[in-house]
Design a protein around this ligand. Structure first.
Ligand code: ATP
Length: 273
């Protein structure tokens, strides 16, 4: 049996335009990943060295996963996603085998991205802070992972993208040069970004004339992209609750949704590295 439940090769369809805001992050990833892939001769001629590993960090629900998927789509890379805690298996040796299996698949599918969500889970045991699901031994997993990362150069076009809400607990070994050495902050949306996120969501909705996107964006300071999407979905339900024959979602439904969905982002989370 496979050590990791499902290593699934995905073909994401997320585009850069599906992500509201995050201009900076998008631009940096285009440069660091897309340019070398699209113009390898120029890149090599000028003596560039491709990035192998990248870390996205920032508060929950602010598009780290979305960004990883969009990068895969736009750069034409296959995408394999795995959550840190899933790699921790309680049987000794199983987890390490899982990591090797994961990279074997990634190499077979290259050029590809391996996306490690919740990568912080892999360092916790080592620092003696208890473990994070799975009950496994994370030292072994971490070592296996570091071995694979250090081997990637010869092992083809596999790029590693990792994400975390807790950069301060990431094992420093993961952040050394040649590993996850390119670190990007994916922060909460400002007013303009919230407007963009809402307009992406609004494209698929039927809205009453009294719904003003600027007003809604203005009232949602501190909300993540995921919160905004949730508010819209709750507003749809509020409209249905009122009248199944209703033709559109009205402002009052957004007001009701706003009362129910609280922002999850705190100042503490916004703290940068
Ligand atoms: P977590 O840390 O909880 O894994 P995350 O940062 O990876 O969160 P995503 O999974 O990318 O967040 O975002 C969750 C959902 O929120 C997305 O699927 C999308 O619907 C919505 N969302 C978040 N940010 C944006 C954005 N900037 N533009 C459009 N949609 C967004």
């Amino acid at each position: 049996p496979s050590a990791i439940k499902d290593i699934v090769l995905e073909l994401p369809e997320t585009k850069w335009t599906d992500i509201g805001g995050q201009k900076d992050v998008k631009q940096k990833l285009k440069e660091a990943v897309e340019w070398p892939l699209r113009h390898p001769e120029v890149f090599q001629r000028l003596g560039g060295q491709p990035r192998k590993g990248l870390l996205l960090y920032g508060p929950p629900g602010c598009s780290k996963t979305l960004t990883a998927k969009a990068l895969a789509t736009e750069a034409g890379l296959n995408f394999i996603a795995v959550k840190g805690p899933e790699l921790l298996n309680k049987y000794v040796g199983e987890s390490e085998r899982g990591v090797r299996e994961l990279f074997r698949k990634a190499r077979a599918a290259s050029p590809s991205i391996v996306f490690f969500d919740e990568v912080d889970a892999l360092g916790l045991n080592r620092e003696g802070e208890g473990n994070n699901g799975g009950g496994g031994n994370s030292t072994g997993v971490l070592t296996a992972l570091l071995n694979e990362m250090d081997g990637i150069e010869e092992l083809g076009n596999v790029m590693i993208l990792a994400a975390t809400n807790k950069p301060e607990v990431i094992d420093p070994a993961l952040l050394r040069p040649g590993r996850l050495d390119y670190i990007l902050y994916v922060g909460p949306p400002d007013l303009e970004s919230r407007t963009e996120i809402l307009s992406i969501k609004f494209r698929k909705m039927k809205l009453g004339e009294d719904v003003d996107i600027q007003v809604l964006a203005g009232k949602t300071d501190g909300y993540s992209g995921a919160d905004l999407v949730k508010i819209c979905d709750e507003a749809v339900l509020a409209a249905m609750r009122e009248d199944l024959g209703i033709d559109s979602v009205k402002w009052r439904h957004f007001e009701e949704a706003l009362r129910g969905v609280k922002s999850v982002i705190t100042m503490e989370m916004i703290r940068r590295y």
